[in-house]
Design a protein around this ligand. Sequence first.
Ligand SMILES: [Zn+2]
Length: 494
Amino acid sequence: MISYEEAVERFEPVIGLEVHVELGTDSKMFCGCATAFGAEPNSQVCPTCLGLPGSLPVVNGKAVESAIRIGLALNCRIVDWCRFARKNYFYPDMPKNFQTSQYDEPIAVDGHTTVVLDGGDTVRIEIERAHMEEDTGKSLHVGGTTGRIHGASHSLVDYNRSGIPLVEIVTRPVVGPDARAPEVARVYVAHLRALLLALGVSDVRMEQGSLRCDANVSLRPRGIEPLGTRTETKNVNSLRSVERAVRHEVCRQAEVLLDGGTVTQETRHWHEDTGVTTPGRSKEQAEDYRYFPEPDLVPVAPSAGWVDQLRGTLPELPATRRTRLAAKWGFSELEMRDTVGAGALDLVEATVAEGAAPQAARKWWLSVLARTANERGVALSELPVSPRQVADVQGLVDAGRVTDRLARDVLEGVLAGEGSPDEVVAARGLDVVSDDAALTAAVDRAIAANPEVADKVRVGKTAAAGALIGAVMKDLRGQADAARVRELVLDRLG
Ligand SMILES: [Zn+2]
């Protein structure tokens, strides 16, 4: 396949992103069934979410509230009246043969949000709509090797997910960022994830499907106005995959077009293992769904007073918080991005609150602790070390009791369950040698062992002192303050 660079030289990629977020409500969108993830299959179902004849839906007020708050956080206009519609299609995981969704009357419209790319450039993403709908059940294809329907001997359906409230957030075509489209897609989904988490409306676990992204990609020859034919890659379920899937589609479509072919409008599946997309079904047109207003539900008409009240519940949004903390802590854009990327922002903030300097807090969380979390395959917040303990370790450094290098050993001791930083220092004997008599004795030993180096320092070549300092530090197994050792060395050699 042709390279990405070659593809974007010839064509301008245009993306559009549809993100489905499962709301974290206790009950489903139109019935009182529980929504816990991972429950015994078909244990959280009732006549309504099984679509049995005669059952009637009732709207979940909490879900509407969440949808409004999401809309407000995305700077959307909240409509004063909207309805649900039936989206008709047949699929075994949807027993009613229609999905209750919103069609031409979504609850939130015409928003925008600004994302920050790697390096600090910003892109304003226009939000076309955020609408409410229900999730479908889940099909499990058994007997094959891939878990897909092809090659399976039979299929099972779990309706626990059927009727879980979803909000679908749809962007307008994103045309600005051009060659950085794959990155924009990733950054946008990460931005939404942080925003939804701050709103507390979802656990946004991509690996459990509570945040799913469909990526629309089309290409147009440079300088040509109309958009090209798009494909929609469904259910991409990690940030990295979003970027890879868009990148792959750009290359694939460019190759089709350069070969004189045409891009087929269709949905496509993303294959994590091979990094390619393959065709799904050809894309239905809206008319194929025969949308019509849901007759069993009354319209949703949020009052201006309620919307204002919900606006008052919006938390500080992640982008605002990031800017505020970067300024307060004196972090560069890159330092802040690394901190957020490592999932360390809350931890650094808590460590600073425990008295550590911001840069020191950042340093510990992003070095030895990040490495350990990575080795253990856990999140930073799951490590057995608290912000308080990290602040205490830095406190030991600040008080001159341990060096930076020894502080790493202290943290390792804490992580190994050896107790508090003070206990680790005591148990491992990590206190620096601060007794000048002991330090001077070590300096004298180093001078005696390296007479030629000592002579150089005596005649003013102070750069040579490094070798003596190194010898002292080795002698004292690193448990000395190098700056103090240097002073003593220079002092001894005049
Ligand atoms: Zn139910």
